[in-house]
Design a protein around this ligand. Sequence first.
Ligand SMILES: Cc1ncc(COP(=O)(O)O)c(C=O)c1O
Length: 424
Amino acid sequence: METVLKDSQYYIELENKHGAHNYHPLPVVLEKGEGVFVWDVEGKKYYDFLSSYSAVNQGHSHPKIVQALVDQAQTLALTSRAFYNNALGPYEKYVTNYFGLDKVLPMNTGAEAVETAIKLCRKWAYEKNGIEENQAVIVVCKGNFHGRTTTIISFSDDDNARDNFGPYTGGFVSIPYNDIDALKKVAKDKNVIGFLVEPIQGEAGVYTPDEDFIANAQAVCHANGMLFIADEVQTGIARTGSLLAVCGNCTCENKCEKQATYTKPDILILGKALSGGAYPVSAVLADNEIMEVIKPGQHGSTFGGNPIAAKVAIAALEVVNDENLIQNARKLGHLFRKEMNRIIAKTDLIVKVRGKGLLNAIIINDSPESDTAWNLCVAMKNNGLLAKPTHGNIIRFAPPLVITEEQLLDCVAIIEKTVLEFEK
Ligand SMILES: Cc1ncc(COP(=O)(O)O)c(C=O)c1O
């Protein structure tokens, strides 16, 4: 029998031949992950500087999270919500205390949680806010990324995500990001019932709004009978140096309740790092008067709130506290941007660095249509660090939050070396 050499090329060709081409991955085939590191099938070790788009905040294969997953998988994996299970209630208590909202509606993926939040906001508006049937409008921002479902791409302005997927879902109005006056203007329409926003636009290229934008946006919402809906799927759970990005620049240790600048969302959307990347777990949280508009049979998911998800999410949130990931992200985020600015002073290749905590991006001095950022990412890969461009000329840097200062400086050295080599 012919033996097949199962190298990277083999796996890349398999995916190309048998998988839909809905992604354009960097040419690296990973087979193992631990903490901040991943290994390819040839055994080469890399720093993961993307963290599965901020799902692996707690690091790859975190032993506590993996143990929770294995233990529960061996005990009871799935009951569906036709029956109660003994993992969901304790998780619901834990997660609502953790984020300071009364109730949670568990889902699996980020997009499903966003869909859930949209349905919840609409139902609340019809049943509690006197909006006429089918008239409700939700405000979104230009440059948004909230997932890939038909409704969500209907209010995207990314042509590639949207084109030829119509007809589109109505009921949304789009304003420029970080534009409080535009929000005030649309809010005057009584049918406008909510504002769905990413506190930092991650996918668009890590756009951080003005310091007071989120708090002001919430105030505009409340002055106009609208719900303030924060999509923290990417920014939440310590990534930006606070528990949630809506927590702003507070200096407290951990707990939302204590945060002076905490802008509490009416609806909070979480995903990704809620499981530390070990399992698809997402959630929508809201206080009783909002969440209680949903009645049996009106929303759900076979896997939402399953026992594995419940146990994994508790473990993942405990790790955030146990290992001081908020503080680490904040401290190392400052160091990272300082180091990037030092490199920027030496090179014409990078225009700027921006971000918060350990969600950062560098802007490459070339057009979004150029392949410079892609080629730089390939060069960084060859030097042992994995990152990926977004929107052509932006490279997002989002390492696992368990990264140490020494490792971060090692990564800075790889980036610096690659950038300086690349310019030659
Ligand atoms: C802000 C935001 N919302 C929603 C999503 C969608 O999450 P998922 O890919 O799990 O559906 C993402 C994914 O990147 C995101 O960044």
